[in-house]
Design a protein around this ligand. Structure first.
Ligand SMILES: [Zn+2]
Length: 431
């Protein structure tokens, strides 16, 4: 019978602070067993390391890693989300299975090196050039497994080009034929996921790409199967205008009107959401996923973070387009954008005024909630998904136990990460 591995770093994050002398038992099933002092004298010491829960990226499109370095030239001296989308469609149309695997594997590897131990992959690129067969669904799972990252495959339904619009050429490889066909594919995926590190969630791409009746049908079945449900909502004003024209309601209001929102529901972006609609989402305990770097890159606007925080809303973070993969940067820009917009400091803070601790909870515990997984804490019964900081990293120099988390989030990044652990399997990231 296998025995647990027991580790003891110089410092361990216990949820509120770093502590010395904490041992973590990692069980053979990849979960944390006991956590405490003197579990066993033969604990494997991790000198010059601080161990924290791994970070949780709640929203990614891994293949968009292929756009890095592209789409940043503006011949008309003005681009938009929609011009970026055309560049993305050009990438999609020339992508074969090998390239899709390579880009996904690259993105997931960069995430792990950035301390992300779980990715919520919002996956809508299902088909190869035949536009049939859902072959890319298995590839994205394989790429995550090969990279060593935990994945929640948020398998996305997509079947129209816009409200009452057929699919455009660049969208044909995203197509799901029907809600029934979608669930048949979900059943197939359920048979091939590797349960220790892989699970499924449901996504409707957006109010643009999915009819409200299909969104309701998908959410009903997701609820019956106890799966999380994610959607892009109100990232761009055109989506809102089109929805009001067709339904007489903004997308978030329409969703509230037709769905029963609960903690399984995550709205991604909400950069254009009206105050009353946001309030209704928060009162129903829905999650809001914000992707600061992508929203800045695409010019999506700024979410009303103060309102969300005032209502004790559950915010999580995503790398979305993966134009840059650095999770400390996502954390600090969540705060910095608000500082710039409000000309004040300390917007995203906890009850004690701590900014770093609040951001850390957003990047770990809240992400796990949105993805429906037991991770993000160093506690018995949670996934043994960890990140080990190098306490000698130059970008952390000057740290104290009290300031280490602040130094990491505001002044450092992937270069300070020495190793990650997913379900008890360690990966070293020596640079
Ligand atoms: Zn997205």
């Amino acid at each position: 019978m296998s025995t647990p591995q027991i580790i003891e770093a110089d410092l361990t994050w216990t949820g509120e602070s770093f502590e010395h002398g904490v041992q973590i038992a990692i069980e053979p099933d990849g979960c944390i067993g006991r956590v405490g002092r003197e579990l066993r004298s033969a604990a494997r010491k991790l000198p010059n390391r601080a161990v924290l829960p791994g970070m949780i990226n709640a929203h990614s499109h891994a293949f968009q890693r292929g756009l890095r370095g592209h789409g940043e030239r503006f011949s008309q001296r003005a681009g938009s989300f929609w011009s970026w989308r055309e560049t993305m469609y050009e990438l999609v149309q020339r992508m074969d299975a090998d390239t899709f695997y390579r880009l996904s594997r690259q993105a997931f590897g960069e995430m792990l090196a950035a301390g992300v131990t779980t990715v919520g992959e919002f996956h809508y690129f299902h088909h190869d050039a035949s536009c049939d067969g859902y072959g890319f669904d298995e590839i994205v799972l394989r790429a995550a497994a090969d990279a060593g990252v935990r994945i929640v495959l948020l398998n996305a339904y997509y079947n129209r080009g816009g409200i009452d619009q057929p699919l455009a050429q660049g969208q044909l490889r995203f197509r799901c034929g029907s809600v029934d066909e979608y669930w048949q594919q979900m059943d197939r995926l359920g048979d091939i996921v590797d349960p220790p590190t892989q699970s499924l969630g449901v996504a409707a791409h957006s109010i643009r790409a999915v009819s409200i009746d299909d969104i309701v049908a998908l959410d009903d079945e997701a609820s019956r199967r106890d799966l999380v449900f994610h959607m892009h909502i109100e990232e761009q004003s055109k989506e809102i205008d089109d929805c009001v024209a067709a339904h007489g309601l903004r997308p978030m209001a329409l969703i509230h009107d037709r769905l029963s929102i609960n903690p399984r529901f995550t709205a991604v972006h909400c950069t254009q959401t009206a105050a009353a609609d946001m309030q209704a989402l928060l009162e129903a305990k829905g999650n809001v996923c914000i992707c600061p770097l992508t929203e800045a890159n695409l010019g999506d606007g700024i979410p009303d973070l103060r309102r969300i925080l005032h209502s004790d809303g559950c915010i999580c973070l995503g790398t979305d387009s993966n134009a840059r993969i650095c999770f400390t940067e996502e954390m600090r820009w969540l705060e910095y954008v608000q500082r710039l917009a409000t000309r004040s400091r300390g917007v995203c803070v906890d009850e004690s005024g701590g900014c770093a601790r609040k951001l850390w909870r957003i990047a770990t515990i809240n992400g796990a909630r949105a993805l429906g997984i037991r991770a993000g804490r160093i506690e018995p019964g949670y996934a043994a998904d960890l990140v080990a900081l190098d306490l000698h990293a130059p970008t952390l120099a000057g740290w104290t136990e009290d300031t280490l988390l602040d130094a990491f989030i505001f002044g450092s990044g992937s270069e300070a990460i020495a190793a990650t652990c997913v379900a008890g399997q360690w990966t070293e990231h020596r640079l």
